[in-house]
Design a protein around this ligand. Structure first.
Ligand code: HEM
Length: 214
C-alpha cells in the first residue's frame, strides 16, 4: 500500500516545470542535442515531429499541450491505447476524422496537420496496399498517378508474404511522403508541395489521397 501511495504521489508530481530549479538550462540543452542529431541525420526532424503527433494524440489531445517532465510518465505508456487512438494509413477518411475529433481536432486540422507529410519517409508496408490489389479489386489504386505507381511497384514488388509483415526487408524499404519535392533527399523543405501532390494524384498513403474525397 505504501509503495502504491508512493507511485501515486510520484505520478502526480509530473509537471512541465519539473527541471526548473534542478536544471534550468534543460530546454537549451535539449535544443542543442536535437540540432546536433538533426545535422547528423536529417530525417530526425520528421521522426520527432511524428513522435510528438503520436504523444499528443494518446496522452492529451488538442492542438497544443504541455509536455510533462520527470521520468515517471512511463507509468502511463500504453501500446494498446496508442494502437486504438492513432490513425492508421489504412483508415477510411471518416475514421480518421472521428479519431481527430476524439482529441478535439476538426476536419480543417486533419487536412492542415496532414501537411506534416511534407517531410519524412514511409515504408512500403504503409502503402503497398495501393500498388497491386487495392481494396481486393485485383488492381492498383486508380486514384494514383500512373508514373508514380510504376516507380513504387519497382520499389515494393508484389511479394505476398511481406504485406502483413511490418518488419520484413521489403516492407521496410522507404520512399519520401512528399514525392518530387523540390529540395533535398529525403525531402526536408517544409513547403506546400505535399498539397500540390494531393491535387496531382501523387499522395503516397491512402490516408493522404482520401483527403481529396470531399
Ligand atoms: C491523418 C492521419 C495520419 C496518418 C494515417 C499518418 C500515417 C503515417 C504513416 C503510415 C507514416 C509512415 C510510417 C512508416 O512507414 O513507418 C507516417 C509518417 C509520418 N507522419 Fe503521419 N500520419 C497522419 C498524420 C500525421 C500528423 C498529424 C503528423 C504531424 C503533425 C504526421 C507526421 C508524420 C511525419 C513527419 C512522418 C515521417 C516520419 C519519418 O520519416 O520518420 N502525420 N504517417
Amino acid at each position: 500500500m505504501a509503495i502504491f501511495m508512493l507511485f501515486l504521489g510520484a505520478r502526480s508530481q509530473l509537471t512541465p516545470y519539473f527541471y526548473e530549479r534542478t536544471c534550468p538550462n534543460l530546454l537549451n540543452i535539449v535544443r542543442y542535442k536535437v540540432e546536433k542529431a538533426f545535422f547528423k541525420e536529417i530525417r530526425m526532424a520528421a521522426s520527432l515531429l511524428r513522435l510528438h503527433f503520436h504523444d499528443c494524440f494518446v496522452n492529451t489531445g488538442g492542438p497544443t499541450w504541455n509536455v510533462l517532465l520527470g521520468r515517471r510518465d512511463g507509468f502511463v505508456s500504453s501500446k494498446a491505447a496508442a494502437n486504438i487512438s492513432i490513425p492508421s494509413a489504412f483508415d477510411s477518411l471518416n475514421n480518421i476524422i472521428s479519431k481527430f475529433k476524439k482529441v478535439g481536432l476538426d476536419v480543417t486540422d486533419v487536412v492542415s496537420l496532414s501537411g506534416s507529410h511534407t517531410i519524412g519517409l514511409a515504408r512500403c508496408a504503409a502503402f503497398n496496399n495501393r500498388l497491386f490489389n487495392f481494396e481486393q479489386t485485383g488492381r492498383p489504386d486508380s486514384s494514383m498517378d500512373p508514373h508514380m505507381l510504376f516507380q513504387l511497384q519497382l520499389l515494393c514488388p508484389n511479394v505476398s508474404s511481406y504485406s502483413a509483415d511490418l518488419d520484413s526487408e521489403i516492407g521496410n524499404l522507404t520512399t519520401p511522403l512528399d514525392r518530387d519535392s523540390p529540395i533535398g533527399y529525403p525531402p526536408n523543405d517544409f513547403d506546400n508541395h505535399y498539397f500540390q501532390n494531393l491535387l496531382n494524384r501523387k499522395a503516397l498513403l491512402t490516408s493522404d489521397q482520401v483527403l481529396l474525397n470531399s
